[in-house]
Design a protein around this ligand. Structure first.
Ligand code: FAD
Length: 305
């Protein structure tokens, strides 16, 4: 099946939905494509407390209200797992069942936190397991938490958590942390941070579906840590499969954009967590979504034939 749009937005997370809302309000013929349920990553967290306008809201409700806006505007929304994009005079987007032609594309496919691969890890997300101390740290005020990882993110977030939590255990599988030395020095001076080297998490024990205890192998010996929260910083994974055939500029698998949200390819824009940037949050993703739409509108006007 073939169809034609002025702009196709790939990914209905907050960034993609925002782009689609702005494009529709610019009266642009837009299609929003999503391979799963709308909402993206934020649907995985039960509490968002740093999104302006809401003291506290669960991620799924926030995503749903943006999706309602998409629906109310009559934006064409389709299920579709994008497998490939071709950058010809027109952009051609291939899903498992469709070939969609567009004058412009916005890639808003986000990213996924890397997991440890433990049995009940998925069920405990938002119930003790988190990937975002900025977002969820306050839920563990005066409690004991673990941070898995030894890079800059793990240590920066440990420093932040140490100002809120009673104790922070850094669990790192290697002998030498990977973070910048200055950061390592800072962490080592904080009295409520304990670094566990050569430590691998082997099991997550829960009580009433909430994380209660972590079993670890520390220097080869079994150990138990009673913690209320565990923050995992072993990296995020942007899905680069759909760009494999596109000669698009990437930096560590993230798409490089300029401040118009333009990628290295004319007519292909990107926004949200898929782009290379400093802060991966709702507010930035939403801002970039609206900017991408604004510049797509200008691009379409300039290239109108
Ligand atoms: C557990 C957790 C808690 C968080 N808490 C907060 C918080 O409290 N405050 C805050 O500001 N931020 C928080 N964040 C970060 C925030 O969720 C993200 O920065 C934001 O949601 C990114 O939005 P996005 O639209 O760029 O990407 P995503 O949310 O990742 O959405 C991308 C969408 O694209 C779809 N997609 C991917 N590939 C394809 C394809 N090939 N074809 C079609 N569709 C595709 C995906 O299914 C997904 O729906 C949290 C993140 C996590 C994981």
């Amino acid at each position: 099946m073939k169809s034609y749009f002025d702009c196709v937005v790939i990914g209905a997370g907050v960034a993609g939905m925002t782009s689609a809302i702005y494009l529709k309000r610019y009266n642009i013929n837009v299609l929003l494509l999503e391979k799963s349920a709308p909402g993206g990553q934020i649907t995985k967290t039960p509490k968002v407390e740093n999104y302006p306008g809401f003291t506290s809201i669960d991620g799924a409700s926030l995503a749903l209200s943006i999706y309602e806006q998409v629906n109310n505007l009559g934006i064409e929304y389709r299920y579709g797992n994008v497998l490939k994009i071709e950058n010809k005079e027109e952009k051609i987007i291939y899903t498992e069942t469709e070939e969609i032609h567009a004058k412009a594309v916005i890639i808003a496919t986000g990213r996924k936190p890397r997991k440890l691969g433990l049995e009940n890890e998925n069920q405990l997300v938002g119930r003790g397991i988190s990937w975002c101390a900025t977002c969820d740290g306050m839920f563990y005020k005066d409690k004991e938490v673990a941070v898995v990882g030894g890079g800059n993110s793990a240590l920066e977030e440990s420093l932040f958590l140490s100002t809120i939590c009673k104790k922070v255990h850094i669990l790192y599988r290697g002998e030498n942390l990977r973070a910048d030395l200055s950061l390592q020095e800072k962490v080592k001076q904080i009295s409520n941070i304990e670094i566990h080297y050569n430590t691998i998490v082997t099991k997550l024990n829960e009580e009433n579906n909430v994380l209660k205890e972590i079993l670890v192998l520390e220097n080869g010996a079994e150990n138990k840590l009673s913690v209320d929260g565990m923050f995992i910083y072993i990296g995020f994974e942007p899905d680069t499969k759909i760009f494999e055939d596109l000669d698009i500029k990437l930096d560590n698998d993230y798409i490089v954009v300029n401040n118009h949200m333009e990628t290295s390819l004319k007519g292909i824009f990107a926004c949200g967590d898929i782009i290379k940037k400093d802060l991966y949050q709702l507010t930035t993703a939403i801002g970039e979504g609206s900017l991408a739409a604004y510049h797509v509108k200008n691009y379409l006007y300039e290239n109108d034939d």
